[in-house]
Design a protein around this ligand. Structure first.
Ligand code: PEP
Ligand code: MN
Length: 339
């Protein structure tokens, strides 16, 4: 349920509503974005009637939310969520471009890539230091050493840094270094991890699971929102289908579908969704044309020798071209790439 307070409602009236929410075994979520205060009453209490709140002093209206993802839904938060990443905003007019290698491999590799993607026009730097690999014998990432190199790259370029967290054991370390915590496809339904990042106020990039529906993705976002962390970017990264010509199948539909269902920003990862460098640029263009709020692209100075995902990594020159094309498409639809 969504309880909208009258403009200028007194603090005591807000507190009374919160008390009644708690007395009904629901959890209050207060949103105060300058307009009237909105209080979400969420939890396993769908038997609670609207009338419980309609007559309380200071209450303007009470709206039933039928979606199982409550805080993530459009009816709960009709306006797009827009938040600052420290290098432009996501979710509004601006489009963000996150770029960098799949994995941080060495100090020189990440510093060189960071400079190159920055010059090409990237908004933020990606680089995995804890890698979810199919084989336990494949390169697993540099861990904290890699985070130190990422932090150095941020200091040199001014770009915020994005890196994947695989377990809540890594949380303290990760929040110390990164601007954005990436939750990978394989962990989209790691509910303990979702709850843990929900307790932080660090921005989260939540990727869609390999076989997850749009609704399951939104339910995972709800776990994070329920903890009070509202800084979530959703990311379509391709799903498993019968098609084998590409690593995954880009679900372009998911972009407008998600934009309709939720207020959260929506990104696309054309690198993992195609698995092939040649397809990254056309699918990145499609993402922007379809209304994505950003893209995340793998870039490597020497893809042939990358320790992970070289096949789908762009060389810096190709990435620079991609940014130019993305900028052109953004302009056509009245948006711009965050500088
Ligand atoms: C990655 O971004 O390198 C990654 C492992 O992505 P995903 O979780 O989408 O497979
Ligand atoms: Mn990768």
């Amino acid at each position: 349920m969504k309880i909208v307070m009258k403009p200028g409602a007194a603090q005591a009236q807000i507190e009374k509503v919160i008390e009644v929410i708690r007395n009904n075994n629901l959890n209050p979520h207060v949103t105060d974005e300058g307009g009237p205060v909105v209080i979400g009453a969420v939890g396993d209490g769908y038997g609670v009637p609207r009338e419980t709140f309609t007559d309380l002093p200071g209450v303007e209206s009470v709206v039933d939310i039928s979606q199982p993802y409550h805080l993530a839904s459009r009816p709960f938060h009709p306006r797009d969520s827009v938040f600052d990443l420290g290098a432009g905003c996501v979710g509004g007019e601006e489009i963000i471009v996150i770029a960098g290698p799949c994995s941080v491999e060495s100090r020189s590799q990440i510093l060189e890539t960071a400079q190159a993607v920055r010059e090409a026009g990237a908004t933020a730097l990606r680089g995995g230091v804890f890698k979810p690999r199919t084989s336990p014998y494949s390169f697993q990432g540099l861990g904290e050493e890699g985070l130190e190199y990422m932090a150095e790259a941020r200091a040199q370029t001014g770009m915020p840094i994005v890196s994947e967290i695989m377990s809540q054991v890594q949380l303290d370390l990760m929040v110390k270094y990164v601007d954005v915590l990436q939750i990978g496809a394989r962990n989209m339904q790691n509910f303990n991890l979702l709850r843990a990042v929900g307790e932080t106020r660090t921005t989260v990039l939540l990727k869609r699971g390999l076989s997850a529906t749009v609704e399951e993705l939104l339910m995972s976002a709800e776990y994070i929102l329920a903890g009070g962390n509202q800084r979530i970017m959703l990311c379509e990264r391709g799903i498993r289908t019968f098609e084998t010509a590409t690593r995954n199948t880009t679900d372009i539909n998911a972009i407008p579908v998600l934009k309709g269902l939720t207020h959260l920003p929506v990104l696309l990862d054309p690198s993992h969704s195609t698995g092939e460098a040649d397809y990254v640029m056309p699918v990145a263009r499609a993402a922007i044309a379809a209304g994505a709020d950003g893209i995340i692209v793998e870039v490597h100075p020497d893809p042939a020798h990358a320790r992970s995902d070289g096949k789908q990594s762009l060389k810096p020159e190709a990435f620079a071209k991609l940014v130019q094309q993305v900028k052109a498409i953004a302009e056509v639809i009245g948006r711009r790439v965050a500088a």
